[in-house]
Design a protein. Structure first.
Length: 196
């Protein structure tokens, strides 16, 4: 009886082929996973920025537009403004200084940039409750103080420029990565914010 130790050449080739296949599958999957992760991360950052405006309004946070210590603080509504015709890679957090429940130039507190080649693919209204409502160019999400009221506005479609109430209770911000992967940030008139 012959006592054999070690691997034969055929066994070694089979092991190398198996390791190569597993490595190739892992590397291809990692690239796709990274792209999906970037879209998910950007959607969460958008949701956090909206939540920041909501928290500032509920906390009755004041804001000084000209950074002058002698000027009184503005204690007014906070909001978030999206306009895909102006930019698909950034949006504004603003203080509604004139109280018209809409973003106006000069009210921006912070411009938020969406990173990692992620873009605003679409802005929509009412899709969660009705397939008939659709795409819009501009969204205004306003949180009034001191009450926890949420005002949602959309330009375009059936709710053009009007306060969205019972017929359009939600707005959607759809983000898309370079590979086509999408995530949706949904803002409800009740104040709830979710990422889907």
């Amino acid at each position: 009886m012959k006592n054999s130790r070690g691997f034969t050449l055929v066994e070694m080739l089979i092991v190398i082929i198996i390791i190569s296949i597993v490595t190739t599958i892992s590397l291809v999957g990692y690239k796709n996973y990274g792209a999906r992760l970037n879209v998910r991360r950007s959607a969460n950052e958008v949701a956090l920025a909206i939540r920041e405006a909501q928290a500032n309004a509920l906390a009755v946070k004041g804001y000084n537009h000209d950074n002058n210590s002698g000027t009184p603080l503005l204690f007014t509504s906070w909001g978030v403004y999206f306009n895909k015709t102006v930019s698909t890679t950034q949006f504004n957090i603003f203080v509604d200084s004139d109280g018209d429940k809409s973003y106006d130039s000069g009210e921006s507190v912070k411009t938020v940039n969406i990173m990692n080649s992620i873009k605003i693919f679409d802005l929509a209204k009412g899709r969660k409750t009705s397939e008939t409502d659709g795409s819009v160019d501009r969204l205004d999400i306003i949180y009034q103080r001191p009450n926890p009221d949420t005002t949602l506005k959309a330009d375009g479609g059936t709710c053009s420029g009007a306060v969205i109430s019972g017929t359009c209770p939600d707005l959607e911000i759809i983000l898309q990565g370079p590979d086509g992967g999408q995530r949706t940030v949904v803002v409800w008139s009740t104040g709830q914010i979710s990422v889907e």
